[in-house]
Design a protein around this ligand. Structure first.
Ligand SMILES: *[C@@H]1O[C@H](CO)[C@@H](O)[C@H](O)[C@H]1NC(C)=O
Ligand SMILES: *[C@@H]1O[C@H](CO)[C@@H](O)[C@H](O)[C@H]1NC(C)=O
Length: 312
């Protein structure tokens, strides 16, 4: 099966030799009864309306901020909440900075996200995006979260979903960081498939003008006229899973939304943040593109740079 071999390839590139753990909800046994048990990844079953059956996991650090910021960290195909918790830096950063991390988990076999159905590509449409937005609302309410500091990020399928969340719930998020994804709407399934693979998008054959891509975003939440999250887009030029053209199309999409000229970034910095990468900025950092020359799928997460972009 094509999807399966692709999923295997994704797993191979995205995870190191970590086993996938089943036993997610057992709290660690405190060694000393006077000491509070260390924070751990927890499953939340009743976070509110969950029309698409996405699963919610949460990491609440022991040194929680009074009004904590929230990061939604979204896994790749074949990934799980536990795998992304283990293999991404956000929980460790939460320990330092006191924010909460929500790790949504895909309900589908193969654990790609639904970024293809009309439902998920629509504000309050009942798809995965709707379920993830409800996880955020639950967390804001339950933990007195800071509604001005809610962020979204993800890798690969989770990066696709990051663009979809930014497009469908622009008022919920202050910023998004996309590690090797595709533009919001690029995985659209004409046949109405849920969590469908779109080969023409993956292979880099979908091209749009900034105006067309911006309309795709606006049509996901018709009538919305408020603020939109600032966006940072990472992509490897040698990506053979999601062709690097998706970098260019995603930049066009958000440049179109914000009204920037994608061909004229304000700044271009070669070898930033590291050798071979080039960083482009538009609108004083409202849109940042990081093109990683020679890097495949997926670009490694840069935790401390993410904190800077989020202002944490
Ligand atoms: C893939 O997505 C594009 C839009 O990005 C769409 O035009 C095309 O019809 C989709 N392919 C399928 C098979 O649905
Ligand atoms: C995509 O963007 C990168 C970085 O700006 C550029 O080097 C590359 O030529 C672009 N590719 C296309 C097909 O426009």
């Amino acid at each position: 099966m094509k999807l399966l071999s692709l999923a295997t390839a994704l797993l191979a590139t995205l995870t190191t030799a970590h086993p996938v753990f089943d036993d997610l909800i057992t709290p660690s046994t405190p060694l000393d009864h006077k000491r509070a048990p260390a924070a751990s990844l927890r499953h939340i079953s009743n976070f509110g309306s969950n029309p698409s059956n996405a699963k919610m996991y949460i990491y609440v650090p022991d040194n929680l901020a009074a009004s904590p910021p929230i990061i939604v960290a979204i896994h790749y195909c074949t990934g799980t909440a536990q795998a992304y918790y283990t293999n991404s830096p956000y929980a460790r950063l939460a320990d330092q900075k006191g924010f909460i991390v929500i790790y949504p988990e895909s309900p589908y076999s193969g654990t790609c996200w639904d970024v293809s159905s009309h439902a998920t590509l629509t504000h309050n449409g009942g798809g995965n995006s709707n379920s993830i937005a409800n996880m955020v609302e639950y967390t804001l309410k339950t933990y007195n979260g800071d509604a001005t500091k809610v962020f979204v990020t993800g890798s690969s399928s989770g990066a696709m979903m990051t663009n979809v969340m930014a497009a469908t719930y622009p008022a919920l998020f202050a910023a998004g960081i996309v590690y090797s994804g595709v533009p919001a709407g690029c995985f659209y399934s004409q046949a109405g498939g849920t969590n469908a693979w779109n080969s023409s998008c993956a292979n880099g054959q979908v091209h749009g003008t900034p105006q067309v891509w911006a309309k795709v975003v606006r049509d996901m939440y018709p009538g919305y006229d408020g603020a939109r999250p600032k966006m940072e887009i990472y992509h490897g030029s040698a990506d053979t899973t999601l062709n690097a053209n998706n970098y260019n199309e995603t930049i066009k999409q958000w440049a179109g939304v914000f009204g920037f000229d994608y061909q004229k970034p304000d700044t271009t910095q070669d070898n930033v943040p590291q050798g071979g990468y080039t960083t482009y900025t538009w609108g004083e950092g409202k849109l940042v593109g990081v093109y990683a020359r020679g890097v495949g799928h997926s670009v490694p997460i840069r935790g401390s740079d993410d904190m800077k972009f989020f202002g944490l």
